[in-house]
Design a protein around this ligand. Sequence first.
Ligand SMILES: *Cc1c(COP(=O)(O)O)cnc(C)c1O
Length: 376
Amino acid sequence: MRKETQCVHAGKYRDQATRGTNTPIFTSSAFEYLDREETLYPRYYNTPNQDAVVRKVCALEGAESGIVFSSGMAAISTTVLSLAQCGEHVVMLDELYGGTHAFATDTFDRFGIRYSFAATDADSVIRAALPETKVIVIESPTNPLLGILDIRQVAEFARSRGIATVIDNTFASPVNQNPIGFGIDVVVHSGTKYLGGHSDLCCGIALTSAALTERIRRMARHLGGSLNAITCYLLERSLKTLVLRVEKQSANALRIAEFLAAHSAVRKVNYPGLPGFKGHSIARSQMSGFGGMLSFELNGDSGFPTPFLRCLKLITPAVSLGGVETLICCPAQTSHSKISAEERRRIGINDSLLRLSVGIEDADDLIEDLDKALKR
Ligand SMILES: *Cc1c(COP(=O)(O)O)cnc(C)c1O
């Protein structure tokens, strides 16, 4: 099956009693165990609603199996803790999602896990690896600068050294990028974003081989970040329109990136789909669409662009991303506010940088809203 078809049909549970077209919501936390190979239980991550939604995302990512979690951070923290232990070393990108970055700096010391951060290019990641390195954690595109990393090059190096690779594929979504095909071991998503797609649920998922899934499941049973049946169902329902949504979001984002790049009030636009963007050629080789995320900097003084945000009528200043509605935020005031101003400048996150999560509205309406606010 191709992706549009997988979105609708992969993994669905056909109820034999009613033959309804949708997976029923199984709310039980107790399941009779006689004559069953495996005990079903929500925190064993094996109930029918968990299973149905995992199988759909597995199909979309080309993964053998996986586990659905109660948040993106539950998926990431459980995965990393199941792959690295005391005395071992983890390489992470400097530009990882803030929560993942903070997870490492706040907790790895107490587990005796050593770590280093690398810049967003494959050579830096490879140079950061030590003989004790057991895990490499990457993202591409990164947040909020949309940095692009050569995924194949990192995967190939890691395979040759027996290092496990984990990629957070949230920004690209399974529609635009499938890292398992490039040799990556584990793909994680914050399902709160594109997979859920309507800014109304919180979940995460880790997708990998059957063997690694069992290793992650062991840790997941201890940490207990399982997802309830109703949210599994909502996620499954959302996934049916994933391709439609992400294709529209990607097309809208390209139009807006081109509009902003040509605007005299805009200094810089970060979008992998723009031919002049630094990571464009690598993005072309590993993404089938460039996604719905972009960031840009306004001209003029470098203060926080709050007055501009107040002029927007349609686009909402809010954190989070990937929903059907267009959202904008100033990373220096939100996701990266806890990093010192000096450190932000070093990474390239200026105070005037704005991050846009483009929705499925009409692109002309979004451009008009931006244009009016830019003029004022
Ligand atoms: C939001 C996000 C996360 C964390 O997901 P939660 O569902 O909020 O726990 C991880 N990675 C990326 C790239 C994200 O955008």
